[in-house]
Design a protein around this ligand. Structure first.
Ligand SMILES: *Cc1c(COP(=O)(O)O)cnc(C)c1O
Length: 452
């Protein structure tokens, strides 16, 4: 017998169907309709992949959030965080519901003006405001939230030049017991930086300090962090009252509430884990009431909730391009959308449902996107009934950050539709095409021709 060749041993992880404490999953329910419209009809009409937004879910979620706060505190104002989803149709649903605009760049600021939000109801946040942005914001009487001392001094110079008193707040960051601490934005509470900035504004007397702002993080699963943050904000407001006899109009607690998505590696399902609006509201409003404000001096409470208000309202519909077996035996399914459209799949284990009748038997599947890029993975391992070429899927809870952080890499962006309260679908953003992509390109004369 011929001597066999030595082969070095290889370690391979077993991809068995590991049961967790919930047991093995069974019983897949296809998600065939969204707000009464058939998924297959939507993709037939608008193409695949396709983003779908439910106007009903946006409004219902907003009203839940608003009620959670307004039943606990007498003066509440929401401001829609544009960067979370700045489709004009989406912004306008929030504006119709009563939300102001919260923006973090000049183009977002202009978008809010374009949508018809009056300047005094636009909150301008962020570290990136040019002198031109400041002039426009001052001219429109907007609320300018100062991020750093350089911004403060540049506003003082403009106030002198324009002979006006811009309405400003400072952004405060603080230790809320949650790591990592977001101390790169605004002025720190514990080190006295925030108090220092407040003194500089009030004693120089060029700017009208109308409020205090914070935004302590995003996807904050610990609602108690908001109680600590609110206490520190209220403490500053009361100190200002005492030392400078100056009364602030508002305290802005920013955004950061978790949506019901499941974070990667989380043990529990996001829908079971995320605090409710009532939980967050209870922490914030209780802290405000107990801070020591006198009757009639309670500040307006502003909230800039983004993610938690719109995530549930968004769906991504897509189709199966192909299936294959990987070298370790796993089934891999290739979809027509990837991380280019579903940026949040870097952090979330998105729930994905088949959009048509399916087998009850599931298998561990890797879901890949269509990009020629190794990291284009939608789910590393998800139990799903086998899907065939042409089958469609629904990705749930994609309304926040995907339609703003999406990449135009390899593939062009698809259409977005919104389903209204009557169950009618409306195109709210058309698909990109080659003309759109090349509109801004210029080819120098000497590069216009070549021979191959
Ligand atoms: C992004 C952002 C928000 C919204 O945050 P969510 O986590 O989506 O709620 C609010 N305020 C500021 C200043 C932001 O930068």
């Amino acid at each position: 017998m011929a001597k066999q060749r030595y082969e070095r041993p290889v370690l391979k992880p077993l991809n068995g169907n590991i049961t967790n404490k919930f047991g093995a999953q069974a019983g897949f329910i296809p998600h065939t309709h969204i707000d009464g419209l058939a998924v297959h009809a939507l993709t037939a009409k608008y193409g695949s992949p396709l983003f779908v937004l439910s106007e009903r879910t946006i409004r219902e979620t907003y009203r839940q959030a608003y009620t959670a706060f307004s039943t606990r505190y007498p003066k509440v104002q929401f401001a829609w965080s544009y960067k979370t989803n700045y489709m004009n149709a989406v912004c306008n649903v929030f504006h119709q519901e009563g939300a102001w605009a919260e923006v973090v760049s000049s183009f977002e600021y202009e978008k809010a003006l374009h949508n018809g939000v009056s300047g005094d109801k636009i909150i301008f946040n962020g570290p990136d405001k040019t002198e031109k942005d400041h002039r426009l914001a001052i001219q429109n009487n907007s609320l300018i939230h100062i991020d750093h001392l350089d911004e403060l001094y540049s506003l003082v110079a403009l106030a002198d030049e324009l002979k006006v008193r811009p309405r400003v707040a400072i952004r405060v960051n603080m230790d809320t017991g949650v790591q990592p601490m977001w101390d790169r934005f605004g002025f720190n509470y514990e080190t006295g930086q925030a108090w220092d900035a407040i003194n500089k504004i009030l004693l120089a007397d060029k700017l009208d300090l109308v409020g205090l702002h914070c935004h302590i993080g995003t996807f904050m699963l610990a609602s108690q962090a908001y109680r600590i943050a609110t206490q520190k904000m209220a403490d500053l407001a009361l100190q200002i009252r005492k030392q400078h006899q100056h009364q602030l109009q508002y305290i802005d607690m920013g955004g950061g509430f978790a949506s019901k998505n499941t974070l990667k590696g989380a043990y529990l399902n996001g829908a079971d884990l995320a605090p409710s609006f009532a939980d967050y509201a209870e922490q914030i409003c209780t802290a405000l009431f107990n801070a020591g404000f006198e009757l009639g001096e309670l500040p307006l409470l502003i909230l800039e909730t983004g993610r938690a208000l719109v995530d549930d309202a968004g769906y991504l519909l897509g189709s199966v391009l192909a299936n294959k077996r990987l070298s370790d035996g796993r089934r891999a399914t290739i979809l027509d959308f990837g991380v280019n459209l579903l940026f949040t799949s870097f952090w979330y284990e998105h729930t994905i449902s088949p959009a048509q009748a399916c087998s009850q038997y599931a298998e561990d599947i890797v879901l890949y996107g269509p990009l020629c890029m190794n990291i284009d993975v939608i789910r590393e391992s998800v139990k799903l009934p086998p899907l065939n070429r042409g089958d469609q899927v629904v990705v749930h809870r994609v309304g926040a950050y995907n339609m703003t952080q999406w990449m135009q890499f390899i593939a062009l962006r698809p259409r977005i539709v919104m389903i209204d309260l009557a169950g009618e679908s409306h195109l709210i953003r058309d698909a990109e095409d080659l003309d759109y992509l090349m509109q801004l390109e210029r080819v120098p004369e000497h590069l216009k021709k070549f021979d191959l």
